[in-house]
Design a protein. Structure first.
Length: 441
């Protein structure tokens, strides 16, 4: 029997009938010799998987840039130059901002995108994209990046764009803007947004916020697993959110985009831009960008003896809550109304299971079948906290624990009095916890 509150293994599903495609605009280049692959990329490199072989290893690298050269590789990238202002942020005191080529360069094995204040209400930024040079459809996309200082009213973004995103037909299947992350907040949280049907009156979008511990301190790794069935967002190897609505899943080729720009976080100060002196404000540093396609159309199922728990992604039917009056599951993503208690759906996307009172205790349990004599590992990723963002000392998390345990059940369905495996945390940041389950018949 499994007792757990807060997380699950990422569920890996089939790609369907396609394993992923890419378009390399280099003429006369044979497969495997593409100039889209950086010669300094480590041979055989796989997606970043610090918590086990979650994504498998049957991947073919089709694009990479380690940014080790002296100049931006123009075979892969276009350097953006805005001819008119992009979306103003008047509340912040930024009435115009532009992408400028002079803000883009490579240094110390990084792509550097600078942010400047060039006028009382004018910001300039850096951006590159792979339009008409490299496009991809399905697969796994990854970057390692140190974001710009969000307190300087700028956000960093790793995203995709489809050439036909402007088509208005009620779906993004023919092209969408996929913002894998936008670092628009000064706290440890970012947004993923998917836009389709253009940017005018017909514009539609879906978005989510997810926690990103450590984002403001150093380089971090983001990933997107893209199939014809879902989009899965990863942060430092941890699954953060899954989109399954067919309207937001592109089924066509899209190009890469790396940028920073004027920010839009609601917690940023009104007219905050006025406080800054003219000149450089901050910079974004991309360490690498890599794209893989899956080598097989077989299901992505890297574990041979994984016992799945049914997942917390839109499926809680396999779990039993005790006591039932202490918690509940609510799928509303839009926050609480005054006077009403909300309990968010258990997912890997930064939401939480909330308790009705600070001293409440609750258990989620599930029976799983295992094969006698086989060895299994038990792991989960979770945090204990009061609300969105990092919990602070002295709040209700003090003395609280997030605990996962395994109990055995014998043939008469009697549950063991003591757990055979326990992992727990009091951390206010996402922590990966695992333990080897002893052989138990």
């Amino acid at each position: 029997m499994l007792f757990l509150s807060g997380c699950s293994y990422p569920e890996i599903n089939p790609f369907g009938d396609e394993k992923g495609e890419y378009v390399d605009k280099g003429e006369g280049i044979e497969s495997g010799l593409s100039p889209m692959i950086d010669p300094t990329t480590e041979p055989g490199v796989m997606p970043y998987q610090p918590f086990g072989n979650v994504l498998g290893n049957d991947w073919e690298l089709v694009f990479s840039d380690e940014f080790n050269g002296e100049e931006v590789d123009l075979k892969k990238w276009n350097i953006d130059e805005s001819t008119k202002t992009r979306g103003p942020r008047p509340r912040l005191g930024i009435n115009s901002w532009f992408w400028k080529p002079e803000n883009v360069y490579q240094k110390d094995c990084d792509l550097v995108l600078e942010v400047h204040k060039t006028g009382a209400d004018v910001m300039t930024n850096g951006s590159i994209n792979s339009s008409n040079k490299f496009m991809t459809k399905f697969g796994y996309l990854e970057c390692r990046v140190k974001i710009g200082d969000a307190s300087k009213l700028t956000h960093t973004a790793f995203w995709l764009q489809g050439p036909n995103m402007g088509n208005v037909n009620g779906t993004g299947a023919d092209g969408a803007e996929i913002d894998i992350f936008e670092s628009c907040h000064t706290h440890e949280q970012v947004q993923v947004n998917i836009h389709y049907d253009g940017y005018a009156d017909a514009h539609r979008s879906q978005g989510w916020r997810y926690s990103t511990p450590g984002i403001h301190r150093d380089y971090q790794v983001w990933g997107l697993l893209w199939t014809d069935k879902y989009l899965k967002i990863y942060y430092n190897g941890i699954l953060k959110h899954t989109f399954t609505d067919p309207k937001v899943i592109p089924l066509t080729h899209e190009f890469l985009w790396l940028s920073n720009g004027a920010s839009f976080g609601e917690e940023l100060p009104d007219n905050g831009f006025k406080a800054f002196e003219l000149g450089k404000l901050t910079e974004t540093r991309f360490d690498y960008v890599r794209v893989w396609r899956y080598n097989s159309i077989a299901p992505l199922q890297p574990w041979s003896n994984l016992v799945k728990n049914g997942g917390f992604d839109n499926n809680t039917s396999n779990w039993t809550c005790s006591p039932a009056d202490k918690t509940a599951i609510d799928t509303s993503p839009n926050g609480a109304e005054e006077g009403k208690v909300y309990y968010r759906e258990l997912t890997m996307s930064g939401n939480t299971m909330q308790l009705t009172t600070p001293d409440s205790e609750v258990e989620l349990s599930q029976d799983v079948n295992v094969t006698p004599g086989k060895k299994y590992s038990f792991s989960f990723v979770g945090r204990i906290r009061d609300a969105i963002g990092k919990s602070e000392p002295g709040q209700n998390t003090t003395g609280k624990k997030l605990k996962g345990q395994i109990f055995s059940i014998d043939g008469s369905e009697a549950v063991s009095s003591e757990p055979i495996c326990t992992v727990e945390t009091q951390s206010s940041e996402d922590i990966f916890m695992s333990s080897l389950i002893p052989q138990h018949n």
